[in-house]
Design a protein around this ligand. Structure first.
Ligand SMILES: Cc1cc2nc3c(=O)[nH]c(=O)nc-3n(C[C@H](O)[C@H](O)[C@H](O)COP(=O)(O)OP(=O)(O)OC[C@H]3O[C@@H](n4cnc5c(N)ncnc54)[C@H](O)[C@@H]3O)c2cc1C
Length: 465
């Protein structure tokens, strides 16, 4: 029965269809998901090449009574792109990128990675805000919001969307922009994969690089907390053209790290100059003058290299778990909690990346997009357990939960960035969006996906009235 059904899909589908007993199934189901802690067996994996393929797969799954999961880049910690016994739509083959430098626009397929989009836009010294790891998918990151090295200059990834082509639950291929289906366009800018499968993104581009200047400063466990206080005060004075990133992290075994600090836990503050002129040198000397680091690293580098700089810290197939909090201020109390817990993590790869927002991000209004966070938020502090073995992951999963519990009373509640949730529980999704935004998203969900076909995500339940 199942085979006959799958045969009918193959007749209308131009991409690959891989069944459980098909060759390459096991390799594919494992390699499609970044988090090595996820081990799931979908009913069918389909790899569309066209929006019509995607539409056929969406209709087919519903006719066959199967759940649907959607894979862009496979990076989500929760493994939401893959589920036992579901039909997985893997967009990896739909990754073409086109750049129109004159119009300062780029389009990319729903399965493109940031490495692919950055490489194409940087040929013209252009770019749009993406994340910190180049093998992350453009799709999941953008649909949930998306922040990285360009966020203080140009906002979130979703702030820079011009339009999307999207296949909705009824199998219709639609366009959404400010002029076409504007409600749907509002919802996909932050509402995640709830509203359909995006087969093409169109982004606004900015002048970026191609060379940027990086300044990394590192302090050990003793001196780090004082440095964080200096960085916090400095952040308030930075122009938009300087990006800041803070991490509780073990120093890498890189050539620029003195031998005695290789692998040592501590704190890094990274400043990136996107064209701030003298303000950049001034910011570096303020930081380092007030809190002398144990070592520093200053270098010009191509923007595409900056985008790949952390790739090795998050290799494909590593085991991982995360939780995050949103903060208006990196208060002394928050720094104390961080300093108390950082030495107790078990895995050397586990770290606390802290995303510094502000700038252009903060000048948007909360209601402009569906993004599940407030524009007053200045820091998203992520607790990322990253481990090579199950035992280390288990230890640091508990560590993440302990640190998170201590931070929540100092944060903007239990909600935070929906893309940083390994446990996709309803209360935290609701808290992230807030009651009003969630209610508006629910109404739009009821219009485009009344049966909640797309529910393997930070789910918005369709409104019932
Ligand atoms: C190591 C690491 C570093 C990260 N760094 C950053 C960062 O710097 N900044 C940041 O903002 N985030 C960051 N993230 C979080 C990232 O934004 C999310 O994990 C995001 O979901 C990844 O998107 P993806 O397409 O790769 O994921 P997938 O796992 O493929 O997809 C996640 C979900 O997105 C939806 N989805 C995917 N593709 C589509 C599509 N084409 N149409 C509709 N829905 C779709 C589906 O609901 C799917 O379940 C990081 C994650 C990791 C693991």
């Amino acid at each position: 029965m199942a085979d006959a059904t799958v045969g009918s899909l193959r007749e209308v589908f131009s991409g690959q269809v891989v069944a459980r007993d098909g060759s390459g199934y096991d390799e594919l189901r494992r390699s499609c998901v970044w988090n090595g802690d996820i081990d799931r067996r979908p009913w069918l994996i389909v790899q569309p090449r066209t929006p019509q393929d995607v539409a056929a797969a969406v209709r087919f799954a519903q006719d066959a009574g199967r759940e649907v999961t959607v894979r862009g880049g496979g990076h989500n910690f929760s493994g939401s792109c893959i589920a036992d016994d579901a039909l997985m739509i893997d967009l990896g083959d739909m990754n073409a990128v086109q750049v129109d430098p004159g119009a300062r626009r780029a389009t990319c397929g729903g399965g493109a990675s940031w490495a692919q989009l950055d490489a194409a836009t940087q040929e013209h010294a252009l770019g749009t805000p993406g994340g910190f790891i180049s093998h992350t998918g453009v799709a999941g990151l953008t649909l949930g919001g998306g922040f990285g090295w360009l966020t203080r200059r140009a906002g979130l990834s979703c702030d820079n969307l011009i339009s999307v082509e999207i296949v909705t639950a009824d199998g219709t291929v639609r366009r959404a922009s400010q002029d076409d289906n504007p409600d749907l366009f509002w919802a996909v800018r932050g509402g995640g994969g709830n509203f359909g499968i995006v087969t093409q993104f169109e982004f606004h581009l900015h002048d970026v690089g191609p060379l940027i200047q990086l300044g990394l400063s590192f302090w050990d466990l003793e001196y780090g907390p004082a440095a964080l206080r200096v960085a916090r005060d400095l952040e308030k004075t930075l122009p938009d053209a300087i990006a800041m990133f803070i991490a509780g992290i073990n120093a890498p075994p890189a050539p620029f790290v003195p031998d005695q600090y290789k692998g040592a836990p501590g704190y890094a503050v990274l400043l990136v100059d996107h064209g701030a002129g003298d303000a950049y040198a001034h910011a570096l000397s303020e930081l380092r003058g007030s809190a002398p680091p144990q070592f520093v690293f200053d270098t010009p580098m191509p923007y595409v290299a900056l985008q790949q700089m952390f790739d090795e810290s998050a290799p494909w197939g590593i085991r991982a778990y995360e939780k995050a909090v949103s903060l208006v201020e990196l208060s002394d109390e928050v720094i104390d909690v961080v300093a108390r817990h950082l030495p107790a993590k078990a895995s050397p790869m586990t770290f606390m990346p802290t995303f510094v927002l502000g700038g252009a991000y903060g000048r948007r209004s909360d209601s402009e997009t569906a993004f599940g966070g407030r524009r007053a938020t200045r820091y998203v502090l992520n607790l990322a357990a990253v481990a090579p073995t199950p035992d280390l992951l288990e230890a640091d999963r508990e560590w993440v939960r302990r640190v998170w519990s201590d931070l929540v009373p100092l944060a903007e509640g239990t909600g935070s960035y929906v893309n940083f949730m390994t446990d996709l529980d309803h209360d935290r999704v609701l808290a992230s969006y807030g009651a009003d935004k969630y209610a508006r998203l629910s109404r739009i969900k009821a219009q485009y996906d009344p049966d909640n076909v797309f529910h393997h995500n930070a789910n918005i339940a369709p409104a019932t009235e």
